[in-house]
Design a binder for this molecule. Structure first.
Ligand code: PLP
Length: 437
């Protein structure tokens, strides 16, 4: 098919994420991808500075992952998980339980991050129900957070963010103020007061607390002090609440250590993983619970945990994730990410002096430049093609979450592109209802 034909069909029939179908923003035609590069129909190659929405940790089309999918596809691409199990699921569950924080070893496979969050929410409610606390049907979440696009996950995401339009159909939860002490700042105890007050006032309605540990990604691109997580853990223990960490963006070394919660040396009762789980090859997510959560749910009525997606534990996805986890185990990503962090800190910090830059934040392999207003779309496209670096600014953020295998030269190219973009004048005000990634 010619490029023109693809674009014509695309414009006629296809919705893109957070885009109008009548007046869509331009799209590139991706033909193949390998390592850090995405090749376009024109033959041009772009360095993927956002890991295709933070999934592609080991680089695109990693040969080991491709081979794992190919081998599995010859045996069985899918089978229902009700009444069946299979080796890829067993291998992955064993590997994931060993890779996860100790104790989080009961695995529910979901088909996307949003669904893993829905599953975690239902686990928390079912847990409290099993303990005879059936009025505890709400969670506390944080302002500035993001947990997905399905209705239940939207309802836990920033209440003033991109989903306000849907307020009328969303379940109502409680929201604590966004933690303001920066990750590397001096802990301010009053940061925790908002959350503590909500729990004091409403604890008989609350099943648990959910947050993105340390790194609030898709909504606020903000990082906060790990002491906040320790305070959360203590409060949950005192009040019989479950603590849920959404590590879908921050897990798998994105912030430095294997899990973002490791900055605080505590673990939650339930944890969601996704995105980099398969190394960006195919969709898969999981909700991990500990023995207490799993045992309590099982001892209640109905005992069964009430969820089961059609494509649960898809064998191709499980095989890809097994291979991805093997790569996470066998590479020293913690050191690699520290190297990326140092380069980002050196290269991006000076941008804070630019007139259109409000703040620069770096944690692990996350380089974030908060602008006053994003440059014009034409400037963004020009910089992308001039440098051959794929950036996807959103809200007022120019950022890079590169594949963890990026070399120093590649990181420097990304920094140069971000620097040129950050120096552009602010573009027009775009009213897109809180457009996000
Ligand atoms: C991306 C993301 C999700 C949603 O994952 P999907 O696979 O897009 O449904 C949930 N939580 C966090 C923290 C995320 O970054």
């Amino acid at each position: 098919m010619t490029a023109e034909k693809i674009l014509q069909i695309d414009r006629t029939h296809i919705w893109h994420p957070y885009a109008s179908i009548v007046n869509p923003p331009p799209v590139e035609i991706a033909v193949r991808a390998r390592g850090l590069e995405i090749e376009l129909a024109s033959g041009e190659r772009l360095l993927d500075a956002v890991s295709s929405w933070w999934c592609v940790a080991h680089g695109h089309n990693h040969p080991a992952i491709v081979e794992a999918i190919r081998r599995q596809s010859e045996k069985m691409t899918h089978v229902m998980f009700g009444g069946f199990t299979h080796e890829p699921a067993a291998r992955l569950a064993e590997r994931l339980a060993a890779f996860a924080p100790p104790g989080l070893d009961r695995v529910f496979f979901a088909d996307s991050g949003s669904i893993a969050v829905e599953v975690a929410t239902k686990m928390a409610v079912q847990y409290q129900h099993a303990l005879g606390r059936s009025r505890r049907t709400k969670l506390v979440a944080l302002k500035g957070g993001y947990h997905g696009d399905t209705v239940g996950a939207m309802a836990l995401s920033d209440p003033d963010g991109m989903h306000t339009l849907f307020r009328g159909i969303m379940p109502q939860h409680f929201f604590a103020e966004q933690p303001r002490t920066r990750f590397d700042g001096v802990w301010q105890a009053e940061d925790f007061e908002s959350l503590r007050q909500i729990v004091d006032r409403h604890s008989e309605q609350i099943a648990g607390i959910i947050c993105e540990p340390v790194l609030q990604a898709a909504n606020a691109m903000w990082h906060y002090h790990p002491q906040y997580l320790r305070e959360m853990r203590r409060l949950c223990d005192e009040r019989g609440l479950l603590l849920i960490f959404d590590e879908i963006a921050a897990g798998f070394y994105r912030t430095g250590p294997r899990w973002a919660q490791n900055h605080a040396s505590i673990r939650p009762d339930i944890m969601c993983v996704g995105k980099a789980l398969t190394g960006g090859a195919i969709t898969l997510a999981a909700t991990l619970a500990d023995k207490n959560v799993a045992g309590t749910i099982s001892a209640g009525t109905p005992g069964a945990f009430m969820h089961g997606p059609t494509y649960m534990a898809n064998p191709l996805a499980c095989a890809a994730a097994c291979s991805s986890l093997e790569l996470f185990e066998n590479n020293d990503y913690e050191t690699k990410v520290r190297g990326i962090e140092t380069l980002f800190k050196q290269g991006l910090a000076p941008l804070a002096a630019l007139p259109n830059v409000r703040d620069v934040r770096v944690i692990g392999a996350c380089g974030i430049v908060e602008t006053r207003r994003l440059p014009a779309p034409d400037d963004i496209r020009r910089v992308i093609h001039k440098h051959g670096v794929w950036l996807r600014p959103f809200s007022n953020f120019i950022y890079s979450f590169p594949p963890l295998v990026a070399t120093e030269i590649e990181i420097r190219r990304i920094i140069d592109a971000i620097a040129e973009l950050a120096a552009c004048p602010p573009g027009p005000v775009i009213d897109d209802g809180g457009f996000h990634e």
